[in-house]
Design a protein around this ligand. Structure first.
Ligand code: GCO
Ligand code: MN
Ligand code: MN
Length: 384
C-alpha cells in the first residue's frame, strides 16, 4: 500500500496560472493577493510537484523592458535551481490583451495575425531557454460569436499557416520542441475552433510537419462538449499524438469549471488514470485547474496536493483492478477469444461469406456488464 506521495517519476506539473490564480471571475474581483512566479515555484516544491508551466506573460509582463525580462528570468531560474522544479511546457498568452479580441492566428486582422506570430516566436524562445520540451497552443479567442464575421475555412488556413511557420522556426533554431494543440468548444468565444481533440487530430494531418504536432486534451473541455474524455485521450494515444494532458474536473453542460482533479466525476477520472497507467503514458501530467474562489493560499496548497493525491489513489485502484481475480475472470469471459477476421484476402472473404451464423443465438448472448461495473464501483468506493 502506498502513501500516495508524489515523486518526480509521476511528472505532475501545474501552471503558474493555476496555483497562482487570484480568484477573479466574471462577477467578482480577485480574492487572493497575487504571488510572484518565484513564490509559486517554492509553493510547488513544497507540495511535491515536479514541474511548472507558464504562458509568456505569467512570467514576463507584456510591457516589460528587455532588462526587466532578463531579471525576472534570472530570478525564476534561480528558484528552479534551488527547488529542482523543472519547466516541461510553455505556451503563449494570445487571449488577454485587447489586441486579441477577435483571436490571434485566426483574427480577421492581418496585423494581429502577424503580431501573434511575433509574440509566439518570442515566447518559444523563452520556453526553450527555460528547458521546455512541449509547446502548447490553446486558441483562447480563435473563434466567433457570429458566423457572419468569419469563414471557418479562412480560420483553418490561417491557423495552419501559423503552425507551419512556427514549426520551421523551431527547427531552424534547433529547439527540439514538440507542439501540443489544445481544443475547447467555447468560452471565452461563443464558439472556438477547432473545438474538440478529435477535430485537432484531423487538423494535424493537414500540416507541413505533422510529426512534431500532437494534442493536449483537457478533461473539462471534452466534458463541456459532452464527450467521454478517456475516449478522446485513447484516440490521441492511438494516433501517437498524446504529447501532453490537462487534468482537472468538471460537471457536464457547464462553463469551464477547472475543478481539482478527481473532485467530481470520480468514475471517469478512474477510467482515465487506468488508461494512462495501462498504456504507460510517460509525458507530463499537468493539472490545469484552480482552487475554489473561497480558498486562501493554504487551501490552494490543499487543492494542489489533492489533485496529485487523487491521481495516485486512482492509480492504486487501477492496480487493484488489474489484480482483482473476480474482475479479471469476468473480463476473460467477456472477451471471448481471438479475433477471427483480420486481414483481407479473397479466400478469407469467400470463407466468411460461406459461413453459417446463428443470428438468433448471437442475439441471445447476454453480457455481465452490470456485475462487472458494480465490482468497479465497489472497488472505487473502497469496499472491495
Ligand atoms: C483554459 C485553458 C487554458 C490553457 C492554457 C495553456 O480553458 O483557460 O485550459 O488554461 O490550458 O492557456 O495553454
Ligand atoms: Mn480549460
Ligand atoms: Mn487547459
Amino acid at each position: 500500500m502506498t502513501n500516495f506521495t508524489p515523486s518526480a517519476a509521476d511528472k505532475f506539473s501545474f501552471g503558474l496560472w493555476t496555483v497562482g490564480n487570484v480568484g477573479r471571475d466574471p462577477f467578482g474581483e480577485p480574492v487572493r493577493a497575487p504571488i510572484s512566479p518565484v513564490e509559486i515555484v517554492h509553493m510547488l516544491a513544497e507540495v511535491g510537484a515536479w514541474g511548472v508551466n507558464f504562458h509568456d506573460n505569467d512570467l514576463v509582463p507584456i510591457d516589460a523592458t528587455p532588462q526587466q525580462r532578463d531579471k525576472i528570468v534570472a530570478d525564476f531560474k534561480k528558484a528552479l535551481d534551488e527547488t529542482g522544479v523543472v519547466v516541461p511546457m510553455a505556451t503563449t498568452n494570445l487571449f488577454t490583451d485587447p489586441a486579441f479580441r477577435d483571436g490571434a492566428f485566426t483574427s480577421n486582422d492581418p496585423d494581429v495575425r502577424a503580431y501573434a506570430l511575433q509574440k509566439t516566436m518570442n515566447a518559444i524562445d523563452l520556453g526553450a531557454e527555460l528547458g521546455a520540451e512541449t509547446y502548447v497552443f490553446w486558441g483562447g479567442r480563435e473563434g466567433t460569436e457570429t458566423d457572419a464575421a468569419k469563414n471557418p475555412l479562412d480560420a483553418l488556413k490561417w491557423f495552419r499557416e501559423a503552425l507551419n511557420f512556427l514549426s520551421e522556426y523551431v527547427m531552424d533554431h534547433g529547439y527540439g520542441l514538440r507542439f501540443a494543440l489544445e481544443a475547447k468548444p467555447n468560452e471565452p468565444r461563443g464558439d472556438i475552433f477547432p473545438s474538440t481533440t478529435g477535430h485537432m487530430l484531423a487538423f494535424i494531418e493537414t500540416l507541413d510537419h505533422p510529426e512534431m504536432v500532437g494534442v493536449n486534451p483537457e478533461m473539462a473541455h471534452e466534458h463541456m462538449a459532452g464527450l467521454n474524455f478517456m475516449h478522446a485521450v485513447a484516440q490521441a494515444y492511438d494516433a501517437g499524438k498524446l504529447f501532453h494532458i490537462d487534468l482537472n474536473d468538471q460537471n457536464f453542460a457547464r462553463y469551464d469549471q477547472d475543478f481539482r482533479f478527481g473532485s467530481h466525476n470520480i468514475k471517469q477520472a478512474f477510467f482515465l488514470v487506468k488508461f494512462l497507467e495501462d498504456v504507460g503514458y510517460d509525458n507530463p501530467r499537468h493539472f490545469d485547474a484552480h482552487a475554489y474562489r473561497t480558498s486562501d493560499y493554504e487551501d490552494v496548497k490543499a487543492f494542489a496536493r489533492g489533485c496529485m493525491r487523487s491521481y495516485l489513489v486512482l492509480k492504486e485502484k487501477a492496480r487493484q483492478f488489474r489484480e482483482d481475480k473476480e474482475i479479471q475472470a469476468l473480463l476473460a469471459e467477456i472477451h471471448g477469444g481471438e479475433s477471427q477476421v483480420s486481414k483481407y484476402s479473397a479466400e478469407a472473404a469467400a470463407q466468411l461469406k460461406a459461413r453459417q451464423f446463428d443470428r438468433v443465438e448471437l442475439g441471445n448472448r447476454g453480457k455481465p456488464y452490470e456485475r462487472l461495473d458494480q465490482l468497479v464501483v465497489d472497488l472505487i468506493l473502497g469496499v472491495r
